[in-house]
Every structure is written in C-alpha cells, then in structure tokens.
Design a protein. Structure first.
Length: 354
C-alpha cells in the first residue's frame, strides 16, 4: 500500500517548506522509499537532490523519524538569511559579539543537538560559511560567534539542494571538500512527472484535505480531470499540484471536479518535458529497475511487482475495473481477484483508500 508523508500542522512551520505531502505509490517512488529508509537507519550525512516542490523536507523529516534520534528536527533555509545573519543563526553568538547582540543565543546546530538539522538550499550557503560548516562536520563541535570555548555536538546533518552542486564546484561556487562531506548518502528525488503513479493519489489527498476545510462532501475527480492531471508536465511539482486542486475546488460548481476547473499553465504535455530522461524503451528501463532491486536483495519481488502493476493500472484508470482489465489485457474477474488479493478493494467490491 502507499506511504504518505505530510508536514505537521504548525503555525510556526519552517521557512524551507515547499511541498506539504509526499506519497510513495509509483513503482519508482516505492524503490526510492526503500533507499531512503536504508539511509535513515545509518547515521550518515545525507544530501537530498531534487527540484523545488518535490518534497525534500518531507524526506528529511522521514529520515529523522526513522533514525530513532530522540532530539528535535530543525529545518533551516540557507537562502532565507543574509550572510551575516546566517552565521549567527547557524552557529550562535555570545553577548556583544556584534552590534545588537545584547544577549547570548544558541545557534541552530545547538538547538538540534541529539536530533537532526536540515539545511535546505545548501547551495546558497556563502563560501566563507562553507568553511565553518565543514569544520563543524569534521570536529563535531561548534563555536559561537564571540566565544572561544566550543560546544560538543551530536547532530545528524541532512542537506538539500535544487541546483547541481557538481557544476557549482566546477564554477568555484561550492567547496569540493564540503560537497564530498555532504554527499555520503545522496538521495535523488525525481520530479513529479517522472512518477505518474503518484499524481492521482496525491491529487485525491489534496482534494479530501481542502474539501474538508471548505465543507464540501464527497469530492471526486472526473475521468477527463484525471487524464489532464496525468498529461501535465508539473514544472512546479507537488506544490503546484496542491495549488491546482485547491483552485479547482474553489471554482467548481460542485464536488465533482472536471478538467475545465483546472488551471494548468499552458497545459504542457508530460511527454514534452521528458527530454532529459534516458532514451531507452520503457521495458528496458523496467528491466534495469528489476536488476537494481535484485542486486539490492529485495524480498518477495514477484509479489511486490505484481501488486505494484495492478495498483498503478487501477489508479491510472480512475479505479474503473473494466478499464483496468482492458489496460492490462486480462479479464475483469482476474482484475477483481487481484484487487481483493492485494487489499485494494474490500470483499463487497468497495475501493479501500490507501
């Protein structure tokens, strides 16, 4: 079944928030989740790479939750502060360290002691601070501005970027030694259009969430709406999908959302956004994924692949069993049997929400 990650409801949510939900339903996402959780069980510094709106902070929070660390999760956006301010924010300062520092203050590293510090947009960190960050990672201690005595740290660092840090290194904008220190366990988040199996389940999640807040009962997506959502390129990724669903509920005449209610910028087709994807045939890419999973020792692979195929087809066909059977080239009775077997429908034929 699908795994859904959401942000905690908090008025003081971190500045680094881009996507409010991340769902691992697509086969590519399911493989990614297994990798994320293997990384989480280690204590390695992780670097999450992905476009804006793909859910990097949600992955960082999941790593913290799965790590067993008892300390807090602290999220900081490196691009949200000036160079002078972020120095004091990250490493803390003593009273009188600079003009306006009327009292001592712990930095984000100290605040995250025993837990996880998430540094979003790490590529925006000034080079002078990159040196200090590297020293903190190497020595496992931090020295506040204006202080001489270091403070010992037990902090796991998870960084994220939406820029190519290797190119930044080549352009001398990012330190090579820091890059390798951060990327001990890299995690690449694919853009939303590369994991189409996540689109409709995420859309239904946002539909239920906003419909509940607006007092709308039994919201649903029409077949033409599902087709439009699946065909769109989603340049803004999950955050854009959330905004599109919210807007559609506002302008729709009722709870049944139609394609005409969607505000899709330019209606860019997903196939035109896939130029950067490997030019191999789909079955060849699938074979490569199978080889990766077998190489990784994936258990019960046949059962998982079969369930994944049925689930993806059922979601793609908007939970229509006849269309699912046609898409898979099998009979409706076989589809129904498989849906019951994997728990996607109940014994009376009702769809079970993941």
């Amino acid at each position: 079944m699908s795994t859904l990650l959401t942000l905690p409801d908090s008025a003081g949510a971190a500045l680094s928030i881009r996507a409010k939900a991340l769902l691992f339903h697509d086969p590519l996402s399911a493989t990614l989740l297994a990798h994320i959780e293997r990384v989480a069980r280690s204590d390695a510094t992780a670097l999450i790479i992905g476009e804006t709106g793909t859910g990097k902070e949600l992955v960082a929070r999941h790593i913290h939750a799965q790590s067993g660390r008892r300390g807090p999760f602290i999220a900081v956006n490196c691009g949200a502060f000036s160079e002078t301010l972020i120095d004091a924010e990250l490493f803390g300062h003593e009273s009188g360290a600079f003009t306006g520092a009327t009292h001592a203050r712990a930095g984000w590293f100290e605040a995250a002691n025993g837990g996880t510090l998430f540094l979003d947009e790490i590529g925006d960190l000034p080079k002078a601070l990159q040196v200090k960050l590297l020293r903190v990672l190497q020595e496992r201690q931090v020295t506040r501005l204006g202080a001489r005595k270091p403070v010992a740290l037990d902090v796991r660092l998870v960084a994220a970027t939406n820029v190519d840090l290797q190119k930044a290194v080549a352009a001398d904008h990012f330190r090579t030694d820091l890059y390798y220190r951060l990327s001990v366990a890299p995690i690449t988040l694919p853009p939303l259009h590369q994991r189409p199996g996540d689109i409709l389940p995420l859309a239904r999640h946002f539909l239920q969430r906003y419909a509940h807040g607006m007092g709308i009962e039994n919201p649903s997506l029409a077949p033409d709406t599902c087709a439009a959502l699946l065909a769109y390129a989603w340049p803004g990724n999950i955050r854009e999908l959330e905004n599109v669903i919210h807007y559609a509920l506002i302008v729709s005449a009722g709870p049944h959302i139609r394609a005409a209610d969607l505000n899709l910028a330019g209606a860019v087709k997903r196939q035109h956004a896939d130029e950067g994807r490997a030019a191999r045939a789909p079955l060849e890419r699938l074979e490569a994924l199978f080889e990766d999973m077998m190489h990784g020792g994936e258990l019960e692979l046949y059962e998982k692949v079969e369930a994944c195929l049925v689930r993806t087809a059922y979601a793609w066909c908007d939970q229509n069993q006849v269309q699912t059977a046609r898409a898979l080239g099998i009979t409706r009775n076989v589809v129904r049997t498989q849906l019951k077997r994997f728990g996607f429908i109940s014994s009376d034929g009702e769809t079970v929400n993941a």
